[in-house]
Design a protein around this ligand. Structure first.
Ligand code: HEM
Length: 476
C-alpha cells in the first residue's frame, strides 16, 4: 500500500505541476512524467510535428518530460512570432546537453548581452571576410580546385562525395577562423571531421532529447551523450591549441582571420565592465561557426548532387546556362549570379526541398506573448517548424516535387519567394546566410562548369549525366 500511495502521490504531483496553463495552445494528451516524448516519432520529428498541426492548429503545444513547448507552423505564424514580435522570441531555451558544453558562451546558444555582442561581432567579421577586401571568394574557388583534383584522381571510378564535400566546406570555415586550410589527408583534420560528424549525430538523437528532459539522471548514466560531452571537450582543446599559436604571432595591423579579429576585440574592450569578449567565449564562438556552418552547407550540396542525378534534363539546362554565360575560359564569380536565373532557381529549389534544418533551432519566449489567440507565458520553448512553410501547399505549386519553376516567372527571370525561409527569420536568422549562399553558388556552378574538365580526366566521351549519377547516387 506504501507503493500505491507513492505512485498516486507522484502522479498527483505531476498533474498539479504540469497542468496545461490557462489559454495555452492546445495539443495532444500528455502522459504523466514523460509527457509527449512518445507522441512524436523521433525518426521523422519534423514530419510528425507537421502532421500534429493538421489536428491541433498552427500554434499547438507539447510537453517533453517536464517542459512545455509550443510548435509554430506556417509562414504567417512564423512571421508574426519571429519578425513582428521578434524581441519576445529572441532567446534560446536551457538545453542541458548544450549548456553543459557552452555554459551560455559563444553566439548560437547564448542570450542577453553575450549574444548581442557576439552576434554583432560575428556579423561584421563575416562581412569583412565574406565580401570586403578579404573576400572568401578566391578561397572557395581555390578549395574547389582541390576537390576537382581529388575527383580527377579517381580516374572515372565511382566515389562517395560525402567526404570530399564535407572536407571542402569545412576547410572554408578553417580558412575563415584559423586562417589556413588542411590537406584532406591530414590526420588532425580527419579526426576533426570525425568528431563533428559523431557529435552532430548524437545531438539529433533520442539520447539528446532524454538528456535535455532528465539532465540530473542522464548526467550519471553512461551512453552516447557522454561521448558527445567528451568530443566537445576535445574540440575545445583543439581550438585552444590554434588560439595559442595565433597569440604567438598576433599583429593588430594585419588581422588574418576570425581569431585574430576576436583577439583585437578583446584588447579594444579591455577594462569595459559590460564586455563579454574573452578567450572562453572565443573558443565557443569558433565551435558555433563549425557546428552551424559546415554540415549545413555540405549537406545542401550533397542534395544538389542527388537532384542533378535524378533530373538529368534539369542538370543539362543548368550546365548549358553556365556554359553560355561563363564559358570555359574563366571561373564562376558571385557577380555572375544575376545572369544565371535558372541555376539560381535550381539552388533555391534544392534548399527548399532538402529542408536540412527542418525545425530551425529552438527559441524561448522572453515575456508573456499573445499569439494566434493564445497566451504563451515567458520561458516556454518555441519550435519554429520550417517544414510547415517550405512544404505548404498554399505557398508552393508542387511542394513535394523538385521544381525550379517555383523561383522563376513566365519570362524565366528569377523571383524571390517570401516563404523561402531555410535560414529561418527574425533576430536569430542564420548569421552565416550570406556566406552559405556564396558557397552554394560558387561550389555548385564550379562543379557544373568543370564537368568538361572532369570528363576529360576520365578520358571518356563526354557524358554529362554520369558524373552526377556516380556522385548523386552515392550521396543517398
Ligand atoms: C542559425 C540554417 C549555414 C552560422 C541558423 C538557423 C538556421 C540556419 C535555420 C536557426 C535560426 C533561428 O534560430 O531562428 C542554415 C542553413 C545553412 C547555414 C540552411 C546552409 C545551407 C551557416 C553558415 C554559418 C552559419 C555557413 C557560419 C559560417 C549560424 C549561426 C547561427 C545559425 C552562428 C546561430 C545564430 C544565432 O543564434 O544568433 N542557421 N545555416 N550557418 N547559423 Fe546557419
Amino acid at each position: 500500500s506504501l507503493l500505491l500511495f507513492l505512485v498516486v502521490f507522484i502522479l498527483t504531483l505531476d498533474y498539479i505541476k504540469n497542468r496545461r496553463p490557462v489559454s495555452f495552445p492546445p495539443g495532444p494528451w500528455a502522459l504523466p512524467i514523460v509527457g509527449n516524448i512518445f507522441t512524436v516519432d523521433h525518426s521523422r520529428t519534423h514530419e510528425s510535428m507537421t502532421q500534429l498541426s493538421e489536428r491541433y492548429g498552427d500554434v499547438y503545444s507539447l510537453r517533453m518530460g517536464q517542459k512545455w513547448m509550443v510548435v509554430l507552423n506556417r509562414f504567417e505564424v512564423l512571421k508574426e512570432a519571429l519578425v513582428t514580435q521578434g524581441d519576445g522570441f529572441a532567446d534560446r531555451p536551457d538545453l542541458p546537453l548544450v549548456d553543459d558544453v557552452a555554459h551560455g558562451q559563444g553566439v548560437a546558444f547564448s542570450n542577453g548581452n553575450v549574444w548581442k555582442q557576439h552576434r554583432r561581432f560575428a556579423l561584421s567579421t563575416l562581412k569583412y571576410f565574406g565580401f570586403g577586401k578579404k573576400s572568401l571568394e578566391p578561397v572557395i574557388l581555390g578549395e574547389f580546385a582541390h576537390c576537382a583534383k581529388y575527383i580527377c584522381n579517381n580516374k572515372g571510378r565511382p566515389f562517395n562525395p560525402h567526404l570530399i564535400v564535407n572536407n571542402a566546406v569545412s576547410n572554408i570555415i578553417c580558412s575563415l577562423v584559423f586562417g589556413h586550410r588542411f590537406d584532406y589527408g591530414d590526420e588532425k583534420f580527419m579526426k576533426l571531421m570525425k568528431w563533428f560528424d559523431k557529435a552532430l549525430r548524437i545531438q539529433g538523437s533520442l539520447w539528446a532529447q532524454l538528456y535535455n528532459s532528465f539532465p540530473l539522471m542522464m548526467r550519471c548514466l553512461p551512453g552516447p551523450h557522454q561521448t558527445f560531452l567528451q568530443i566537445l571537450k576535445d574540440l575545445k582543446d583543439f581550438t585552444r591549441e590554434e588560439l595559442k599559436k595565433h597569440k604567438q604571432n598576433w599583429d593588430p595591423s594585419d588581422l588574418r582571420d576570425y581569431i585574430d579579429c576576436y583577439l583585437n576585440e578583446i584588447q579594444t574592450n579591455e577594462g569595459k565592465a559590460d564586455s563579454s569578449f574573452d578567450e572562453e567565449n572565443l573558443i565557443m564562438s569558433v565551435l558555433d561557426l563549425f557546428a552551424a556552418g559546415s554540415e549545413t552547407t555540405a549537406t545542401t550540396l550533397r542534395w544538389a548532387f542527388l537532384y542533378m542525378a535524378k533530373y538529368p534534363e534539369i542538370q543539362a539546362k543548368v550546365q548549358a546556362e553556365i556554359d553560355c554565360v561563363i564559358g570555359q575560359s574563366k571561373q564562376p564569380s558571385t557577380e555572375d549570379r544575376p545572369s544565371l536565373p535558372y541555376t539560381d532557381a535550381v539552388i533555391h529549389e534544392v534548399q527548399r526541398i532538402s529542408n536540412i534544418v527542418p525545425l530551425s533551432l529552438p527559441h524561448v519566449t522572453t515575456r508573456d506573448i499573445q499569439l494566434g489567440g493564445y497566451t504563451i507565458p515567458k520561458g516556454v520553448t518555441i519550435i519554429p517548424n520550417l517544414t510547415s512553410v517550405l512544404f505548404d501547399k498554399n505557398e508552393w505549386e508542387t511542394p513535394y516535387t523538385f521544381n525550379p519553376g517555383h523561383f522563376l516567372n513566365e519570362e524565366g527571370k528569377f523571383v524571390k519567394r517570401a516563404a523561402f525561409i531555410p535560414f529561418s527569420a527574425g533576430k536569430r536568422v542564420c548569421l552565416g546566410e550570406n556566406l552559405a549562399r556564396m558557397e552554394l553558388f560558387l561550389f555548385f556552378t564550379s562543379f557544373n562548369a568543370a564537368l568538361h574538365l572532369l570528363h576529360a580526366c576520365r578520358g571518356e566521351a563526354c557524358n554529362r549525366i554520369s558524373f552526377w549519377h556516380y556522385t548523386g547516387t552515392a550521396a543517398i
